[in-house]
Structure formats: C-alpha cells, structure tokens
Design a protein around this ligand. Structure first.
Ligand SMILES: NC(=O)C1=CN([C@@H]2O[C@H](COP(=O)(O)OP(=O)(O)OC[C@H]3O[C@@H](n4cnc5c(N)ncnc54)[C@H](OP(=O)(O)O)[C@@H]3O)[C@@H](O)[C@H]2O)C=CC1
Ligand SMILES: Nc1nc(=O)c2c([nH]1)NC[C@@H]1CN(c3ccc(C(=O)N[C@@H](CCC(=O)O)C(=O)O)cc3)C=[N+]21
Length: 299
C-alpha cells in the first residue's frame, strides 16, 4: 500500500462524527425543548489544558450544544471544587461534566471523580462506569480509547481473534482500551514500564496502541509488518526553530510508516477523536437524562 493510504485520518473521521452529533443534537433540542449541555471545569492555568478546554468549548457550541466553562484559580480548595461538582450534578441544564485532569497536587483526583454523578460522567472515569465497562454493561466509555476503537473498526472491520498490544496501563487510556479490545475478542496484552523486552512483545501484535507519554519511543523495527498502529501520545518537544515546539506521538512515525499496514499521525490522529467522542457521550447523556430514546447506531 502507498504510504499516503496508510495514514489513518483521525481529524477527518472526527469531523464526520461531529457532523452526526450536530444532527442528533438538533433533533434532541426539538424533542426536549432545550439544548444538550456540557460543563467543563478547569483548575489552574496550565497552558496545554487551556488550549484543550477552549477547543472543547468551541466544538461543543459548533455542534449545537450548550457549553458551560468554569475556570477556577490554581489555589481552589478541594472542598470548593467538590461543591462546584455538586452544583453541576444538580443542574438540569448540565448533561455532562468534565473536570480537566491533571488537577493541582493539593486536590485528590479520585475524590473529585467519585463526586461526579455517573449519569453525567461523560469522561467515563467514575468507578461505576469503569465497572460497567469491565462487566460489559452499557455506560460511559472514556473518550480517547473509544475514539481509538472507532478508528480501528473503521480500518479493519472485525477485530475478532487479532493480537493486540496496549502499551500503558493508566485508568484513562490503557486499561479501558484493553477492556474494549477484549470485548471485540482480541487477544490482549497490556505492557507497561516493568514489561521485559517491550520490542519483542510489540512485534507479535496485529494491533498496537501506544499510550505511554514518551516521545517517539516505539520504533519501526518493533512493528510486525502490516500491523495497525494507533498512537495516543501527545508530547511537546523542541522544534527545528529556536524557542518553538512541535507535537510528536509515542511512535516514531517516519520509522514505523514503511512497516505498518496503517498508522495514526500526531497531530491529526487520536486527539481530534477524543473531543468528538466527548460530544457524542454528552449527547447520549442528554438523551438518557431527558428520558428520550436515541438510535445509537446513528453515532
Ligand atoms: N490523544 C489524546 O486525546 C490523549 C492523549 N494522551 C497522551 O497519551 C499518553 C499517555 O497518557 P496517560 O495514559 O494519561 O499516561 P500515564 O502517565 O498515566 O501512563 C503512562 C503509562 O505508560 C507506561 N510507561 C511509561 N514508561 C514506559 C516504558 N518505558 N515502557 C513501557 N511502558 C511505559 C507507564 O507504566 P507504569 O504503569 O508501570 O508506570 C504507564 O502505565 C501521554 O502522552 C498523554 O499526553 C492522554 C489522554 C488523551
Ligand atoms: N478530564 C479529562 N478528560 C480528557 O479527555 C483529557 C483530560 N482530562 N486531560 C488532558 C487529556 C488530553 N486530551 C486531549 C484532547 C484533545 C487533543 C487534541 O485535540 N490534539 C490535537 C492537537 C492539539 C494541539 O495542537 O495541541 C491533535 O492531536 O491533533 C489532545 C489531547 C484530553 N484529555
């Protein structure tokens, strides 16, 4: 296959998903007499987080949903943040709640996630939703891994029986990704920092999902020829020009491209999918909260 055809265009896929969400959001507004609403809470002034939050807000509005942005100072106490979450839980205009991570060190992330109503947990981070995913019940699935799964199924069709390796075991990416692949009947290996001979483990895989946070760690020589590679990594590294930065993934793209059967770029791969799935999850939450049926095959 020509290298250009190997590139999985997450940006284009995300655009079409957002268009579908937009149609469904308009239909929801007619039926419910109100817009679906997403609340995003940002504590502190981390520049990368500010960029994501702005982009989420813009795309939420563009999809015909209401966006509620709450920017709190870095010294906000845990009690104040928990009180804010409680208000959003009780607000009927809010269907989905996202508290941007990471939080400042003085705030217990697990406590905050546990305070979000599972019915509004569009990030899918609450233990109730993690448990639902683990036992195969319907619930909210974390946006990044669900976006990765959509790209994989679009490219490969059935994933049944394929060998998949997930590098990384975080609660927000690695673990839910492994659950999703298992539910698709892949044979799943989860690798992490204590894995012996990672290159050897990766070489066995038909599907590689890299969610590590180490710039260009995965090399072309690790990849089984023809494998599908999903690069979740978002790493800012020094650019060619003094003082400038550029974004790279956890996979050495140029090195892996000739070997892989298909591969997501960074930027323009998994990142845009994360936000599109967040909007999708919010619309699903809105239907459930309003007691309106949604044809999920439409999304
Ligand atoms: N595109 C998107 O929308 C999103 C992108 N990201 C990006 O994805 C990446 C991962 O994020 P996240 O899961 O939150 O990160 P975490 O830091 O929570 O987890 C990283 C995982 O990688 C493992 N790891 C670290 N070093 C190695 C190594 N040398 N070999 C093998 N495994 C290793 C760790 O192992 P151990 O558990 O043993 O420490 C850990 O399980 C980051 O670059 C992040 O920016 C994250 C969320 C969304
Ligand atoms: N509660 C919570 N939920 C999250 O989903 C969450 C979070 N906290 N904290 C941070 C991570 C990271 N994340 C990304 C979203 C979009 C892009 C994205 O759109 N990236 C673009 C590039 C953006 C750029 O240029 O910086 C791309 O890859 O093409 C990346 C990363 C969501 N996260």
């Amino acid at each position: 296959m020509a290298d250009a055809d190997k590139r999985i265009d997450g940006k284009a896929f995300a655009e079409s998903l957002r268009a579908q969400v937009g149609d469904a959001a308009a239909a929801f507004e007619k039926l419910a007499g109100r817009k679906a609403g997403l609340a995003v809470v940002l504590v502190g002034e981390d520049p990368a987080s500010q960029v994501y939050v702005r982009s989420k807000g813009k795309q939420t509005l563009a999809s015909g949903m209401e966006s509620f942005e709450h920017k709190l100072p870095a010294d906000t106490s845990e009690a104040e943040l928990l009180a804010m979450v409680a208000r959003l839980n009780a607000d009927p205009a809010v269907d989905g709640i996202l508290v941007q991570l990471p939080l400042p060190d003085h705030i217990d992330e697990q406590k905050v996630i546990a305070a979000i109503s599972p019915d509004k947990d569009v990030d899918g981070f609450h233990v109730t939703n993690a448990g639902r995913l683990a036992v195969g019940q319907p619930g909210f699935v974390p946006c990044t891994p669900l976006g990765c799964l959509m790209l994989l199924k679009d490219r490969l069709g059935s994933l049944s029986g394929l060998d998949a390796v997930v590098i990384g075991r975080s609660n927000i990416v690695g673990k839910p990704m492994a659950q999703l692949l298992l539910a698709e009947s892949c044979t799943v290996t989860v690798a992490h920092s204590r894995t012996k001979d990672l290159a050897d483990v990766v070489r066995r895989a038909d599907i590689v999902v890299a969610a590590v946070g180490r710039p260009e760690m995965v090399k072309g020589g690790w990849i089984k020829p023809g494998a599908t590679v999903i690069d979740v990594g978002i790493n800012r590294v020094p650019g060619a020009e003094e003082g400038k930065t550029r974004l790279v993934g956890d996979v050495d793209y140029a090195d892996a491209l000739p070997v892989a059967g298909a591969i997501t770029p960074v930027p323009g791969g998994v990142g845009p999918m994360t936000i599109a799935v967040l909007l999708r999850n919010t619309l699903v939450a809105a239907h459930r909260n309003a007691g309106i049926a949604l044809d999920q095959t439409a999304l």
